[in-house]
Design a protein around this ligand. Structure first.
Ligand code: ATP
Ligand code: MG
Length: 230
């Protein structure tokens, strides 16, 4: 089984296609050391989200291997992989209900105290204190009444509560106002503390806190190195 603690991620000569005829990733090889954060850039359709899906084993590779702490994901249980690796996608799923329920999914083990601890560690207390009814604040259908940025904040808090070893953020391309963007950036850096991270972005500007950057083009790595060097 995958050992505890921050995860090392290895993609070893990975090729993958959604159909037999067409590969969308070609010979992708990379290592991400435990606790490091990797930024992934590339045009639309270059294979960024596909790479993320392989790490969660939504699909099996056609060639090569995906390893977490040295364990091939095909040799680990799906539930174990999904417990250690969590992805935040572009469309955050919120439902009509209280903020509490949106964070806990009705799991009574996640107490209000734990939620407030999460807000504290993510430096979201100020945001939380401005909510009209605290954790009892209700969201409308599909998260109505909440901005896209606030939806992201809730998604980050969910991830924090799940406490995964590898966090993958697949960023939305939509632009947010600068204040919200700044709040989200700070929250992400808190979320990534003591975890391995992958941030898929559309602009280099949103990758200020990553260690390394990788650029995909048509399913191939065309650049990979330290952020400062690129
Ligand atoms: P974006 O920046 O738009 O999110 P991306 O870099 O994440 O793009 P992917 O979504 O990984 O790109 O797509 C890579 C290629 O695989 C594209 O050609 C896309 O059309 C194709 N593709 C993605 N998802 C599927 C799927 N579920 N079934 C079939 N083909 C897919
Ligand atoms: Mg994508």
């Amino acid at each position: 089984s995958i050992a505890d603690g921050a995860l090392q991620v290895d993609l070893d000569n990975v090729s993958f296609g959604y159909s037999e005829e067409e590969r969308v990733l070609h010979n992708v090889t990379l290592t991400l050391a435990p606790g490091k954060v990797l930024g992934v850039l590339g045009r639309t359709g270059s294979g960024k989200s596909t790479m993320a899906r392989l790490l969660m084993r939504f699909y099996d590779v056609n060639e090569g291997g995906v390893r977490l702490n040295g364990v091939d994901v095909r040799d680990a249980s799906l539930s174990e992989v999904r417990k250690r690796v969590v992805m935040v996608t572009q469309d955050v799923q919120l439902f009509s209900g209280t903020i509490r329920d949106n964070l806990t999914f009705f799991d009574p083990a996640i107490t209000d105290e734990r939620i407030l601890q999460a807000f504290t560690e993510l430096e979201l207390l100020e945001w939380y204190q401005a909510l009209p009814e605290g954790l009892d604040t209700r969201l409308g259908p599909s998260g109505g009444g909440f901005s896209a940025g606030e939806g992201q904040l809730l998604a980050f808090a969910r991830v924090f509560l799940a406490d995964p070893a590898l966090v993958i953020l697949d960023e939305a391309s939509s632009r947010l106002d600068p204040a919200t963007e700044q709040l989200l950036t700070r929250t992400v850096s808190k979320l990534m503390e003591n975890r391995t991270g992958i941030i898929i972005a559309h602009r280099l500007a949103t990758l200020q806190q990553v260690d390394d950057i990788l650029i995909l083009e048509d399913g191939r790595i065309v650049q990979h190195g330290e952020r400062e060097v690129l």
